[in-house]
Design a protein around this ligand. Structure first.
Ligand code: NG6
Ligand code: CA
Length: 512
């Protein structure tokens, strides 16, 4: 072999090595350059203490615990409100619910998001994401009187979702049917669907009030209207027999739709809002999960929900996209034991503390009303750990915009702050002030919690029998959570300066 040939060979080898190297770098940079998928797993009514990593007793949540171990578990992250519709409104619009007087909606209420408003899914769509929601909506549909036998609009499509498969309101409200892309799923048009929230519909489903013998779970006075699947609900309905959901099968139906969505969209960036029915009432675990906890139905639906979370992760893994998916796991408001149905949640709770060491429940301005389990997982980018950053779900909008280098117009997401570095664990400092919306207003500032006084502290009738403390008081309340996490000692009179400062900050937000 002469020198020339050798050197030619060497050149060739070097060229091949460089070429292969380039290919690798290219593949890496494409991979790194691809926008992460975003999956928001939104549980209904899950309390801070309801997951294993946060101290649950008498139930296990192995899939969520693993997500927390491999991701960041937040100890001071909040839903923006202590009830569902307001929190969902804020997460999707980056705007506080009080600005739109957003309150818990009935199942025939019109859409409360102004379709002219930019939303989180709108923003993601314009960044090239395919967007979908599977599960509970509860943000209203249509413009007023809804005709359920045709496409219901406006709805998710008009506020930025390419795909939707919905539980229209709550599990305990009619209509008890799914909507796929805003049409009743499996509707037989010869059996049209009618809904009325004011009066019974002639020829409609029997009511819980008249036929308690048909019920598999008894309930309070507020849930005694139409019975479907042995459960009476809020509101009356007639028809759509073939479309009725079976409560015990909801997790499987939703998971199947999530699977279809992930499989169909695995090759491009997507945003999936997986909005669970669990662990809202009626708590009717599938037989597969009955007695999987020591706590009766409420614990069993937590186990069921954990199983579903595991399934989602498994699906992402199977498609090879888990590493490039940002998963946000959280809840829309704090826990409640007795929300109307008789499922013995109170009697069977034992030592378990649904709100952890925090005082309060769903509907309450005390901490556990909004301080909810929050885990962020992103295998490629996040260093596992825990974080005490003070964060609100209203900030996800601006923080995700920041992640994707999108600059927002001033009118978009007016209350959303960019705390991306806290959400992905690069910083442990979040908000300076954090608003807690309930039936009273709360404000957080570091370890301090201020509750704004109310003139009228009478508890509305429908809240009275829930055995909860909504936090109403005629005087200002101030708590130091660093030594009083259960908000038991009002220290307002000892710190007039802090009270004044926090009151002014709160009023500034409310009057902006
Ligand atoms: C309340 C219902 C409650 C539940 C809640 C919505 C009564 C007395 N109570 O109005 O059963 O459906 O609304 O829960 O009607 S949420 O998680 O969607 O906010
Ligand atoms: Ca809820």
């Amino acid at each position: 072999m002469n020198k020339l040939t050798v050197s030619k060979q060497n050149v060739l080898i070097v060229a091949v090595v460089i070429f292969l190297g380039f290919q690798k770098i290219n593949a890496q940079s494409v991979n790194q350059g691809r926008k992460p998928n975003i999956v928001l797993i939104y549980i209904d009514d899950l309390g801070y203490g309801d997951i294993g990593v946060n101290g649950a007793k008498g139930l296990e949540t192995p899939n969520i615990d693993k997500l927390a171990k491999d991701g960041i578990n937040f100890t001071d992250a909040h839903s923006s409100a202590a009830t569902c519709t307001p929190s969902r409104y804020s997460i999707l619009t980056g705007s506080y619910a009080f600005r739109n007087k957003a309150e818990i909606l009935e199942g025939d209420a019109p859409l409360i998001i102004d379709t002219e408003m930019k939303t989180l899914p709108d923003m993601l769509q314009s960044a090239g994401y395919y967007t979908g929601i599977v599960g509970k909506w509860h943000l209203g549909l249509g413009k007023g009187k809804v005709n359920w036998n045709q496409r219901v609009s406006p709805g998710p499509a008009e506020v930025g979702f390419n795909y939707s498969f919905l539980i229209p309101a709550t599990g305990d409200r009619v209509p008890t049917v799914y909507l796929e892309n805003q049409r009743v799923f499996n509707l037989n048009h010869s059996d049209s669907l009618l809904v009325d929230y004011k009066k019974p519909i002639p020829g409609g489903y029997p009511s819980g009030r008249d036929h308690p013998e048909l019920l598999k779970q008894h309930t309070d006075n507020y849930h005694l209207s139409s019975i479907t699947n042995g459960i009476s609900r809020i509101g009356f309905m007639k028809g759509a027999r073939e479309a009725l959901w079976i409560d015990e099968e909801i997790p499987f139906v939703l998971n199947d739709k999530v699977e279809e969505f992930i499989n169909e969209n695995k090759d491009h960036p997507f945003f999936l809002f997986y909005s669970f029915h669990d662990i809202h009432q009626p708590r009717t675990p599938n037989i597969q999960f009955v007695e999987s906890s020591d706590m009766g139905p409420r614990g069993d639906v937590i186990a069921q929900m954990d199983w579903s979370v595991g399934k989602v992760i498994e699906l992402l893994e199977k498609q090879g996209i888990l590493d490039n998916t940002l998963i946000i796991f959280t809840s829309d408001n704090g826990p409640i034991l007795d929300d109307g149905y008789l499922d013995y949640a109170e009697e069977l709770v034992g030592d378990h503390k649904p709100g952890g060491k925090f005082k309060g429940t769903k509907y309450s301005v005390f901490e556990a009303g909004t301080r909810v389990p929050t885990i962020v997982y992103w295998n490629d980018q996040i260093k596992p750990g825990t974080s005490d950053a003070l964060l609100s779900q209203v900030d996800l909008y601006a923080s995700i915009a920041s992640l994707l280098n999108i600059s927002l117009e001033t009118e978009d997401a007016p209350d959303s702050e960019d705390h991306l570095s806290a959400w992905i664990g690069k910083k442990t400092i979040g908000r300076k002030y954090l608003l807690e919306e309930a039936y009273a207003y709360g404000l957080r500032m570091k370890n301090y919690k201020y509750i704004h006084p109310k003139e009228d502290i009478s508890i509305p009738g429908w809240l009275q029998n829930k055995k909860i403390d909504p936090g109403f008081f005629e005087e200002p309340q101030l708590f130091d959570l660093s030594n009083d996490p259960s908000e038991s000692k009002n220290i307002a009179e000892f710190h007039p300066d802090i009270v004044e400062k926090m009151k002014n900050e709160l009023l500034k937000i409310l009057n902006e």
